[in-house]
Design a protein around this ligand. Structure first.
Ligand code: AHR
Length: 348
């Protein structure tokens, strides 16, 4: 026993001396490379749903650039590869690691009650970002930050109606298809709902709905199917830019011209996001007629929620980002919805 004590004391002196000489602090002290002295890092577990689109990559980057050690955070990032089961596993591991905050970008709306109850039980605040969760008890999450997807859908449809109306095209002559995003996600549910509402209002002929899963490859598959089965489609409503790129690939390969002159055989393509470079260059040259803005830069917004919580304040439960429309054609300069004017600009 004595010799063990002796060894321990001896060891302690050696370690302390080494530390003094090297001017270091013990490994494992997160202050070592944090740039923040004397303050503990706030740990944030972020479950990102995947990397299906350029929007998603920009969103991930926005989060990573804010939750840095220099800013006082330890970020644990998990990419769920578009699978809800992976997101649930990630959240459980964040709970086990006793993080300070959980940030969740959910792939679809339903199926979160159990795991969010576990986070609540562990007393870890959950901030939902981008898409929403459909839970029976709203106290299972602290707040949500993201876009009004239904409004985005309505804005794009109103733009189509105004743009074609100026060319003298009637609602019944609009033969439109909706290439939907990941089914059951708020972005899909909202954009489809906005589309359905406006299509009915304007008397459009809705030819078909196809699944595009927010990806270029699924957008391609969907457009192939549409061309095989329907002849008179003249407008394609894509629920994001990546789908639109796939649609344009197929239309151009089949000898069609993408553009707003549908009276002369062009096929009009509209979409959402405004992040992908190729989509933006198609916007400039008219292959994409209009893009509904969807802003992915949520990192600073989520961080400001955390700062509020750290200060003991209560953030707003639902925090909507304000957005507009992009089009190279400036014959429509704005749309009015719910008494509010939304501007059209040439580019982001
Ligand atoms: O939830 C936002 C949507 O998800 C974006 O429009 C899309 O590009 C992404 O995959």
């Amino acid at each position: 026993m004595r010799s063990l004590d002796h060894k321990l004391i001896h060891g302690f002196i050696i370690v302390s001396l080494c530390c003094l000489l090297a001017g270091c602090i013990p490994a494992g002290d997160t202050g070592a490379d944090s740039g923040i002295t004397g303050e503990e890092l706030i740990t944030v577990g972020f479950s990102q749903l995947g990397a299906e689109s350029d929007w998603r990559s920009a969103n991930t980057e926005s989060m990573k650039s804010v939750f840095t050690k220099e800013n006082g955070y330890e970020l644990i990032f998990d990419d769920a590869q578009q699978k809800q089961t992976n997101q649930i596993t990630a959240i459980r591991s964040f709970i086990q690691r006793d993080v300070d905050y959980i940030v969740l970008a959910p792939v679809t709306e339903k199926g979160w009650d159990t795991v969010l109850s576990e986070a609540k039980e562990a007393d870890i605040p959950v901030i939902i970002v981008d898409r929403q969760v459909d839970v029976s008890d709203e106290s299972l999450f602290t707040c949500w930050v993201g876009s009004d997807f239904e409004l985005e859908g309505k804005m794009v449809c109103m733009w189509i109606s105004k743009f074609l109306g100026r060319k003298g095209i009637k609602g019944e002559d609009v033969h439109i298809v909706d290439i939907q995003g990941t089914l059951g996600s708020t972005a899909q549910l909202g954009r489809t709902k906005g589309f359905d509402h406006m299509a009915k209002l304007y008397g459009w002929d809705v030819v078909a709905y196809e699944q595009g899963d927010f990806t270029r490859s699924k957008g391609k598959e969907a457009m192939f199917k549409i061309l095989r089965n329907y002849e008179d489609v003249n407008v394609v409503y894509c629920e994001n830019d990546n789908e639109a790129l796939g649609v344009i690939d197929v239309l151009e390969a089949s000898g069609r011209k993408c553009g707003g002159d549908i009276a002369n055989g062009e096929i009009m393509v509209v979409s959402f996001d405004g992040i992908n470079k190729q989509a933006l260059s198609h916007l400039m040259t008219g292959e994409i007629s209009c893009i509904g803005e969807c802003n992915p830069m949520h990192g600073p917004r989520v961080e400001s929620v955390i700062r509020k919580l750290e200060a003991g304040e209560e953030p707003y439960k639902y925090q909507y980002v304000s957005e507009g429309l992009f089009s190279a054609d400036m014959s429509v300069t704005s749309v009015m919805l719910g008494g509010k004017e939304y501007k059209v600009t040439r580019k982001p």
